[in-house]
Write a protein that binds this ligand. Structure first.
Ligand SMILES: [Ca+2]
Length: 382
């Protein structure tokens, strides 16, 4: 993946035209959020995640093809072939989770846990790979790939960085993610909370601040691929039928802690009932019926599919075999900015705000965007 391809995702296009350029890093909080707010479109975790300050209309990120060669199944589990109902089986979903429809999948191997910092470090050391968040955007390159007349973003925004969770100390409106996400210079997988943070002693934590491109590059290196959205949901269900969670139907906040989510008042008060304010090491909660850990909670997980709100409607009516999603992304909330699917919710999910920990919950993010609560795991068909 060349630099220009990676940087392709940094273009704001119409969003910049609406808002005008932010004048400082603070003004660039959560990228285009202020633009959407100004346009009167509510934005919340229940509908969208923030993107880098400059979004894209053209992304080279395409469907992943599994590379040939040997695959180590260490740390992976074999999910049996089968047919299931993909999508929400209750009335608790967003519109894009309906209709539930029959999907048949071949068997596949999947990582038992999210990819950890230690595993990602091995990849970086072996390949000298540089992640999206570590690359300073080059306006000369970007300019070739945006409509003529697109204004240059300010230098304060064109920095190597990523999106960091910055909780307020008071209650805030939940339709404005810029209240708790901040575009942060120097944030990347080695400094997930910004330059003053690091991952020392956190080898067993999920790697975060990785773009879809980064996750796909890791998967290729490992001889694997990212899961399709259908594979991810099938695996997350753990063999249960029609249940909203990997463990069944019990609410996430009753009984024993079952996943790393948010308890209290989001985003300013976290009671840590589940033991963790932010990220947790992988594998700290009981696995699902397939032996998979943290399929929900902790971090959102990249899938290989492009996001389209109407994917399920298009697939309903017959049994879909090994679906790989639409040919390109289409998010009506941000037309022209293709998104990849992320699944499973994160440590920020709370019932009052975002039930991303439901197995059928779908979310989407532009492929160039890294977030402090987004990671991935890999699969293999061989
Ligand atoms: Ca938690």
């Amino acid at each position: 993946m060349d630099q220009s391809t990676k940087l392709l995702g940094l273009l704001t296009l119409a969003l910049w035209g609406c808002q005008g350029a932010p004048t400082s890093g603070a003004a660039a909080r959560a990228g285009d959020t202020a633009v959407r707010a100004a346009q009167g479109k509510a934005l919340s975790c229940a509908s969208n995640l923030p993107a880098r300050p400059v979004a894209t209309t053209a992304v080279a990120a395409t469907m992943q093809v599994e590379p040939p060669g040997h695959v180590s199944h260490t740390g992976m589990l074999l999910i049996p072939a089968g047919t299931y109902l993909m999508g929400a089986a209750d009335q608790d979903g967003r519109p894009d989770e309906y209709p539930a429809h029959a999907v048949r999948l071949d068997s596949f191997w999947i990582d038992a846990t999210e990819v950890t910092n230690a595993e990602f470090r091995k990849f970086v050391e072996a390949t000298h790979y540089v992640t999206t968040a570590e690359i300073k955007p080059d306006w000369n390159e970007l300019q070739k790939q945006v409509p003529p007349g697109t204004p240059k973003p300010p230098d304060s925004v064109l920095v190597a960085g990523s999106l960091v969770f910055t909780p307020p100390d008071h209650a805030v409106p939940l339709d404005d993610v810029s209240q708790w996400w901040t575009w942060t210079k120097g944030a990347n997988w080695k400094h997930p909370g910004g330059p003053r943070t690091d991952i020392k002693g956190k080898d067993n934590y999920p790697v975060v601040q990785v773009s879809w491109e980064d996750a796909a590059a890791y998967a290729r290196w490992a001889g694997k691929r990212l899961p399709t959205e259908a594979e991810w949901e099938y695996a997350a269900r753990g063999g249960l039928k029609g249940q909203p969670f990997p463990w069944g139907r019990e609410d996430v906040s009753t009984g024993k802690p079952k996943a790393n989510t948010w308890q209290g008042h989001f985003p300013n008060l976290n009671t840590r009932w589940d033991g963790f304010y932010g990220l947790s090491p992988v594998g700290r909660f009981a696995p699902n019926g397939y032996g998979l850990f943290d399929m929900v909670g902790n971090v959102w997980e990249w899938c290989s599919d492009w996001y389209d709100e109407g994917t399920y409607a298009a697939e309903a009516g017959s049994i879909v075999v090994n679906p790989r999603g639409p040919a390109t992304g289409n998010d009506p909330m941000e037309p022209g900015v293709p998104k990849k699917v992320v699944r499973g919710g994160s440590f920020l999910c709370n019932a009052t705000y975002c039930k991303g920990y439901r197995v059928s919950s779908r979310m989407k993010t532009s492929p160039d965007t890294g977030l402090e609560h987004t990671g991935f795991r890999c699969v293999s068909s061989r």
